[in-house]
Design a protein around this ligand. Structure first.
Ligand code: PGA
Length: 250
């Protein structure tokens, strides 16, 4: 099935589309398994979800969550770890059961076994109902950098120089950005029953263009989403205006 694209005028209204999809799902299935993402892009989405929770619109008591990735070497209390991000942006402000929130362990003694355990936890938990994704400028999804096999699973990866450069904005210096991460694989992501990808701003236009209209190739990991039957790509107008097929209809 064709990827559905949704364009909204600005970042807030685009984020609202994503938040609403999560709210609708959790209302229909209070025990849903949510796949979550970090980065600058989903911050507004989490704010809207917290707002909806505080307004009594949605209840996260029985959901379970799995995050896409984590830096190797950063403990949960490190301010740049993705576990810390999730606590700050979302988990600490809603009634999710902490034991049912999962983020890969970036300081595990045995990385291979922690990756295998993560896959087993997802599988034993019944699989992911709705996976939130961002996209990197280079087409990465989670930390699946170009060259990642489309059949890859949760594993340790090296970050590209471009990703290290992009993520340096969250750290005091480039040197502090970890060089490795644990990430769900592309195949792990594709096994989610539904995927919603959010991209904001013109810097993401080219990556989204290739995701939607380019060939399915390891060189652009997000293109693998073309092989999934239920994907929605949500964009703000600035991002869409840099994509020829979408700009024409704006
Ligand atoms: P960003 O990262 O939301 O910080 O732009 C997205 C990504 O790299 O997947």
């Amino acid at each position: 099935m064709e990827i559905v694209t949704v364009v909204r005028p600005d970042a807030e209204s685009a984020s609202q589309v994503v938040a609403d999809r999560f709210i609708t799902l959790v209302k229909a299935n209070p025990r849903a398994t949510l796949g979550l993402a970090t980065g600058g892009t989903p911050v507004e989405t989490y704010r809207l979800l917290v707002e909806a929770y505080q307004a009594g619109t949605v209840n996260f008591e029985d959901v379970q969550t799995f995050n896409l990735d984590e830096y190797i070497g950063l403990a949960a209390d490190h301010p740049q770890s993705f576990r810390y991000f999730m606590q700050q942006q979302f988990f600490d402000h809603v009634n999710v059961d902490p034991k049912r929130t999962h983020v890969p362990n970036g300081v595990a003694d045995n990385v291979d076994s922690t990756c295998a355990e993560y896959e087993a936890l997802i599988r034993d938990g019944g699989g992911i109902d709705l996976q939130l994704l961002g996209i990197g400028h280079n087409g990465h999804i989670a930390f699946n950098e170009p060259g990642s096999l489309l059949e890859s699973r949760t594993r340790m990866v090296s970050l590209t120089d471009e990703t290290i450069e992009n993520n340096a904005r969250f750290f005091d210096s480039r040197e502090e950005v970890p060089r490795h991460a644990i990430t769900m694989g592309i195949q792990t992501i594709l096994e989610a029953r539904e995927i919603i990808l959010l991209a904001l701003g013109e810097a993401k236009s080219e990556a989204v263009d290739k995701l939607l209209y380019g060939p399915v190739t390891d060189a652009h990991p997000a293109s693998a989403l073309q092989n999934h039957k239920r994907v929605t790509v949500v964009l703000d107008a600035v991002c869409a205006s840099g994509i020829k097929q979408l700009a024409d209809s704006l």
